[in-house]
Design a protein around this ligand. Structure first.
Ligand code: F6R
Ligand code: MG
Ligand code: MG
Length: 371
């Protein structure tokens, strides 16, 4: 029997602007998922937040893109959005872009990352969830983890990784994808995913046996909605250890901050800050963009739980080892914000085409003269 890990997320409204998910919404999500667990639809779950995004982590045996699992997430978000409306929370229902559910939540607004696996003897999983940024923000850490021997000692030391890893890269502009194999195609891979505003790593497999290793959500809300609706606040699932990068090799790219697109109005480069779940709430200039990481073990189709049947989930960035990255992020935030609306603090003109900025050009159209 195969086990599926699904993380499905949406911003359905938050408290004090785009800051954090409000408590009543967590309660709705927990009640719904608990009920689904009692009915046997899912085996375990964990509800958390990345800033203003409600994150539903579910473990089940229904496979990827299962309509019952997606319906559960969709109905949970709908109910939470109703509550957010009643409480006049900010941006109630923001990410629920379509109304009629037809079996697959993909393309309706919420972000999805799912991985169906054959359980190994022991299967450690890391879930990443970010706020105020987009799917391309996983390019850098996933490249470091699965393709850079200076990051992942196992690529040099563990013979079972010598065959390398395959990366599926999505071209979000042309809606097409390509698979590249590392180390042979490292330069081609960097050539593409270095353009993190356009290309995002969507899946990673171990090359010699096609073992699924990582998956990210790659939703482009603006492409679904046909207009600017904020950034896509992505999620990722990464499998660790025993012939795969160790948990520590998956986390070490976050020893330093790096720049991602998003932040205020989804229109700026910002320093990514790895934070604990308790600091998973955006403030300064609606940021800085934040990432949380939770880790757990898969055990017989469930999240390994304690004696009271509570899933054991570790808050991986709740650690002084990431203080340097957090301090750097704050310092870099200071440098960028001093530049205000001047590039490179603000995204390129091409990226701004997806915002409301073109209206300025429209307004000035008749006043432009040939030069
Ligand atoms: C970015 C984001 C926020 C909002 C900003 C303005 O993804 O959600 O930075 O863009 O707070 O929000 P509105 O236009 O709702 O006032
Ligand atoms: Mg929001
Ligand atoms: Mg968000």
């Amino acid at each position: 029997m195969k086990t599926t890990i699904s993380i499905i997320k949406a911003d359905v409204g938050s408290i004090v602007g785009h800051h954090v998910v409000a408590q009543p919404l967590f309660e709705i999500a927990k009640d719904r998922l608990e009920n689904a667990q009692k009915r046997g639809l899912i085996n375990s779950f964990y509800v958390f937040n990345a800033g203003d995004d409600l994150e539903l982590l579910m473990v089940h045996e229904k496979g990827e893109r299962n309509s019952e699992i997606h319906a559960l997430a969709w109905e949970t978000f709908q109910q939470a959005a109703e509550k957010a409306k009643d409480l006049k929370l900010y941006g109630a229902g923001q990410d629920l872009l379509k109304t009629a559910f037809s079996g697959n939540i993909r393309g309706m607004g919420p972000g999805v990352a799912e991985m169906e696996i054959e359980e190994r003897g022991s299967d450690p999983i890391v879930v990443f969830a970010a706020d105020k940024t987009s799917a391309g923000s996983f390019n850098y850490p996933l490249f470091r983890t699965f393709a850079d021997p200076m990051n992942t000692a196992g690529l040099v030391i563990d013979l079972s990784m010598f065959g390398g890893f395959k990366f599926e890269v999505l071209d979000t502009k042309e809606n097409r994808k390509v698979v590249l194999k590392c180390p042979e195609e490292t330069y081609e891979l960097i050539g593409l995913i270095g353009s993190s505003t356009r290309y995002s790593v969507s899946r990673v497999w171990r090359a010699h046996d096609d073992l699924p290793c990582a998956v990210t959500s790659t939703t482009k809300l603006s492409l679904i909605a046909g207009k600017y609706v904020g950034k896509d606040d992505p999620v990722a699932l990464v499998r660790a250890q025993h012939g795969l990068p160790a948990v520590g090799e998956i986390l070490v790219p976050f020893l330093h901050t790096y720049f991602v697109e998003g932040w205020m109005r989804g229109s700026h480069w910002g320093p990514l800050m790895p934070v604990s779940l308790s600091d998973s709430k955006c403030t300064v200039f609606d940021g800085p963009p934040r990432m949380v990481a939770v880790g757990f073990q898969i055990c017989n189709g469930r999240i390994a739980s304690d004696s009271s049947d509570t899933p054991m989930v570790e808050d991986l960035f709740d650690d002084p080892a990431f203080e340097m990255a957090r301090r750097e992020a704050v310092e870099m935030a200071g440098v960028l914000r001093r530049m205000g609306e001047f590039q490179p603090a603000r995204l390129s003109e091409e990226a701004m085409e997806y915002t409301t900025l073109p209206r300025i050009l429209e307004k000035l159209k008749s006043r432009f003269q040939p030069a």
